[in-house]
Design a protein around this ligand. Structure first.
Ligand SMILES: [Fe+2]
Length: 360
């Protein structure tokens, strides 16, 4: 008798005598043999044993070989199935190959021939399993690499954001708050999933281009000259250039960076886009950005607007600076209590935004 480590071979035939012949043969080849008189019995055996090889007759009562083969396929079992058919069933047996049989043997058969066909069927099964394991391993490796790439990418974006905060302490916390407000507004206008994730990311990095702004302009406490204002308002394009190589897979976040200073009436920068030409993600972040600018302290003015005052001012600019749809979502989310001002660790001022809203 084979030991418990022997692979199982299930022999399915309604004739006990023919089953015995096969049992002898397969035992001699090292298999532990199970028997079934029809497809239903075979399925019961397959459920309780991890079967490597099935040798099945085609014509049987209750459930024939073809049905059994289909049932094995539906259960995605790994067993190699070799059909055994009378000469008259050859066409049927060939059909079996198309639905998953590894091979077929025609009765009457030579035992040596059965051995050879079984060996081929097992070889085929081994290749299929190896191929599947390789594919699964490959998918795991690709997924792990994608996760690693995303981690590296977020780390590099994070370090850029930190570099900006070091350069311009007034932006500290601003990006996080804008990201949070944008997320709430976006959900109110029905966005979710990947677009929402990218809007949050875009909110985090929308001002990254200020890294390229001269410090004397960034920190100037007085009103900016037109030249200085123009210089600071280059930051959307600068940010877009910096992040384009990193955010190729996140076009929505890139749109936020480039277009968060566009105005609904077309008088914004850098592209002078108007209304729906401005990506919705940028219209959302523009409102969130203004909300935080108004409710954060200034170096030359310590008082901050209340949420109600800021909402009033944003509503006054609805349809000119801001998208009315976004403004309604912002007001509704504030009224429902979902949007509340985030506590600020440090007071923040971002010059360009404030100046832009002054223009409106
Ligand atoms: Fe900005």
């Amino acid at each position: 008798m084979p030991g418990s480590a022997a692979p199982y071979c299930l022999i399915v035939d309604d004739e006990p005598r023919l089953r015995q012949v096969m049992v002898h043969l397969m035992r001699a080849d090292g298999f532990a043999c199970l028997e079934a008189g029809n497809g239903i019995e075979a399925l019961a055996q397959l459920e309780s044993h991890d079967v490597t090889l099935v040798l099945s007759d085609l014509r049987m009562p209750k459930m024939d070989g073809l049905e059994l083969l289909r049932a094995i396929g539906a259960r995605e079992l790994d067993a190699a199935v070799v059909m055994i058919s009378a000469v008259a069933d050859v066409e049927l047996a060939v059909n079996c190959l198309s639905i998953g049989a590894a091979d077929y043997i025609i009765k009457p058969y030579q035992l040596e021939d059965v051995r050879a066909r079984v060996a081929l069927a097992l070889d085929k099964r081994r290749l299929i399993l190896e191929n599947r394991a390789y594919r699964e391993g490959l998918e795991d490796r690709v997924a792990a690499q994608a996760r690693r790439l995303e981690e590296l990418f977020l780390a590099s974006v994070q370090s850029l954001a930190e570099a900006l905060e070091l350069k311009d302490p007034y932006t500290r916390g601003h990006s996080v708050r804008v990201s949070r407000y944008s997320s709430i507004i976006a959900r109110h206008v029905g966005l979710g999933g990947e677009p929402l994730r990218q809007i949050e990311l875009g909110g985090h990095v929308h001002d990254i281009g200020k890294i390229g702004v001269r410090e004397d302009v960034l920190h100037k406490p007085d009103a900016l000259t037109p030249e200085e204002y123009q210089h600071i308002m280059m930051h959307p394009i600068l940010g877009w250039r910096i992040l384009s190589p990193l955010l190729g897979e996140a076009p929505t976040a890139l749109n936020v960076v480039r277009s968060h200073h566009e105005r609904f009436d077309g008088r914004g920068v850098p592209d002078g886009l108007k209304g729906d030409e401005i990506p919705i993600e940028a219209r959302i972040v523009a409102a969130a950005d203004a909300l935080d600018a108004m409710t954060s302290g200034r170096p030359y003015r310590s008082t901050e607007m209340t949420l109600d005052c800021a909402l009033e001012e944003i509503q006054r600019n609805s349809g000119t600076q801001f998208d009315p749809l976004v403004v309604r979502a912002l007001v509704a989310s504030a009224e429902s209590g979902e949007l509340q001002l985030v506590e600020k660790g440090e007071r923040g001022e971002r010059r360009g935004e404030r100046q832009l809203s002054r223009q409106s």
